[in-house]
Design a protein around this ligand. Sequence first.
Ligand code: 5GP
Length: 189
Amino acid sequence: MEKGKLIVFSAPSGSGKTTIVRHLLQQEELKLDFSISAASRNKRPNEVHGKDYYFISANEFKSHIENNDFVEWEEVYTNNFYGTLKSELERIWAQGKSVIFDIDVIGGLNIKKQFPEQTLAIFVQPPSIEEMERRLRGRQTETEEKIKERVAKAEKEMQYKTDFDTILINDDLDVAKVDAYKLVSDFVK
Ligand code: 5GP
């Protein structure tokens, strides 16, 4: 397997990491491509299969686990499985591009552990848990119960931030985008 670079963006849900990752993907000179994860949760109305995620059933997910198809996978939320397929890395590296990930904190650290030299692991820090909760509510994609679960998980995830190569503060999205660009362009050069 030809090996290229990996850029991990991890953060609690609602930290703004998805927006930052999308912004970087638009910068063609960085030559990035998004690692499309497999997920067993339901598709949200604005999402596209094969673009945001490969939406698969829990059973399909389990057969991928059995076939050893994943670089990493996790039950991120109760009964919701997410994982990075080995075939994604191969697909992106074959194009001479670097892989960019939008994955949870444990998954991100797992990638870093498997590919320590090739990976830049960035933790995106939201201004506060309260602000993160406000963003999650504003998105209107989750039930109250799910929001509570995500907030509880976020509090735990914040404890891992010092294990990352770098922490990107997202108080102001425009500033965070510029900072993220600088980090990534220095790394892929
Ligand atoms: P959401 O349901 O909001 O799209 O994502 C829930 C969480 O799962 C987010 O923190 C997201 O980054 C994470 N996630 C997405 N794909 C993967 C993956 O392949 N592996 C792991 N470990 N987490 C993922």
